[in-house]
Unconditional design. Structure first.
Length: 200
């Protein structure tokens, strides 16, 4: 129900907040929006690629376990994951602001697919940061510091949590590739800007 009303809400916000700036000012606004969108998408996608393909495999490698031990390797990984999710959520927030700013200042139609991508990545980020990460931290502690009888079960549970988390990160990465492509290959802005906005 809420999703069906989002285009109406976006159109209402655009009508209420758009202040019909002069053509020169509007061109500057569009340029700033484009720069913000591209830079945010690049940072967001870059951090995801770096984490999924480099940081995570490197931290949990056998070399790291030999140097720091299995327990402390997991602790290091948990701290890095926390930083990654923080960057992910910040970039997602900027992406939402950019999404609605484009609608307001350019008159673009509400793009359900792009909005769905952002909602999906946000949901995965929140689940990872506030559901899976605390659970992994607790199970990891039981696996290495808990009672001996509890350790085998904790080890199996930790493997399942890591597998689910990895799948979520991969899905998020694919969504970010699509989102970045959309941001860096937008339609012509001026097609969506009404003539009314260019009138002095």
């Amino acid at each position: 129900m809420l999703t069906a009303r989002l285009p109406v809400i976006a159109e209402f916000v655009a009508q209420c907040l758009a202040c019909a700036p002069p053509a020169d000012s509007l061109a500057h606004v569009l340029l700033v929006l484009r720069i913000i969108g591209v830079f945010n998408a690049a940072i967001w996608l870059g951090s995801a690629v770096f984490f999924v393909l480099a940081v995570a495999p490197g931290v949990f490698s056998e070399e790291m376990k030999r140097v720091f031990g299995a327990y402390y390797t997991g602790v290091i990984g948990q701290h890095l994951v926390g930083r990654y999710f923080a960057v992910n959520l910040i970039c997602c927030g900027i992406a939402f602001v950019h999404f609605f700013a484009e609608i307001i200042y350019t008159g673009k139609p509400f793009r359900r697919f792009t909005f769905g991508l952002l909602i999906g990545v946000l949901s995965l980020g929140l689940l990872g940061a506030y559901v899976f990460s605390p659970k992994i931290k607790a199970v990891h502690r039981v696996k290495y510091l808990g009672e001996t009888a509890e350790r085998p079960a904790a080890e199996q549970q930790l493997k399942r949590l890591h597998a689910v988390s990895s799948v979520g990160n991969l899905i998020s990465l694919i969504a970010l590739v699509i989102y970045t492509w959309q941001v860096t290959n937008p339609p012509d802005y001026t097609r969506f800007v009404s003539a009314q906005k260019f009138r002095g």
